[in-house]
Design a protein around this ligand. Structure first.
Ligand code: ADE
Length: 260
């Protein structure tokens, strides 16, 4: 996977790419990152990349020409590429987005700053606009790093064990179960017995129930989209969780119907 980043702050990308799994992925050639300074494509002698908005108003807008020229210099070759603008106005980034983006050969991140980018650049060159959450950052750089990180760890061979992304939070639509390691007793609290039992079926069942309970408590809306199997529904019924979930899903559907 090739990541290209268009930014006016290239130094943002120095240390986050030099640590841990991402560093190893770069060293192993699983990912490549090209950081491109939009300012190098500015036309005037002050190397301006922004200007005042037509129609007046607060703040500055990123000029279209340096962005377009920088992008054209990056978009050589014909590998399957997605051009992504990071902005708080984009579609919310989720684990499903990360999986979809991981299928491309190259992702180009355009890091917006100020009040946004000129609409003509967005219309002509951007494939999708992505937000990492309902809050406003000072620019798209941190968001680009978040997306790069989440996509990288899904690429084959990036995580130590090939399928260690399979049990992630969100991979089955729910949050991940709790985890324990040594010591067996920490400050008076012991690890749940079942995890030491060696009974893999019991451990899987325990972790499934844990996932459901944690999701119910923290992100109940996620459960509306989870397809439980007949066996899982049986476990949930036994644990007295099924009716709570069914009620919640019904409420969620009604809310969505009335909202839509
Ligand atoms: N730029 C500013 N805020 C952002 C957000 N929430 N997501 C992506 N890019 C941004």
């Amino acid at each position: 996977m090739i990541f290209d980043v268009l930014t006016i702050f290239p130094d943002f990308f120095v240390s986050p790419l030099q640590e841990g799994i991402i560093r190893r992925a770069l060293q192993d050639g699983k990912i490549e990152v090209g950081v491109h300074n939009i300012r190098d494509y500015a036309l005037d002698r002050h190397r301006m990349t922004d200007d005042r908005p037509f129609g007046g108003g607060e703040g500055m807008v990123m000029k279209p020409e340096p962005l377009a020229d920088c992008l054209k210099a990056v978009l050589v070759g014909d590998m399957p590429t997605r051009v992504i603008l990071l902005s708080p106005k984009g579609q919310l980034f989720t684990q499903a987005t990360a999986h979809r983006l991981a299928a491309y050969s190259r992702l180009v991140f355009v890091c917006g700053r100020y009040e946004g980018v000129d609409e003509r650049f967005r219309e002509k060159y951007v494939d999708e606009e992505v937000s990492i959450g309902d809050y406003v950052l000072t620019g798209g750089e941190l968001a680009a790093l978040v997306v790069m990180d989440a996509v990288s760890r899904l690429l084959p061979g990036v995580l130590g064990c090939e399928d260690s992304a399979a049990n992630d939070s969100f991979s089955c639509g729910m949050l991940k179960h709790t985890q324990y390691t040594r010591p067996r007793v920490f400050e008076g609290t012991a690890v749940p017995d079942v995890l030491l039992s060696g009974d893999h079926a019991a451990i899987t069942r325990h972790r499934f129930i844990e996932s459901v309970k944690i999701t119910l408590e923290r992100r109940p809306e996620l459960l509306a989209d989870v397809q439980f199997t007949a066996a899982e529904r049986k476990i949930l019924k036994k644990e007295a969780l099924l009716s709570r979930i069914d009620t919640l899903v019904k409420e969620h559907r009604t809310e969505h119907h009335s909202a839509g």
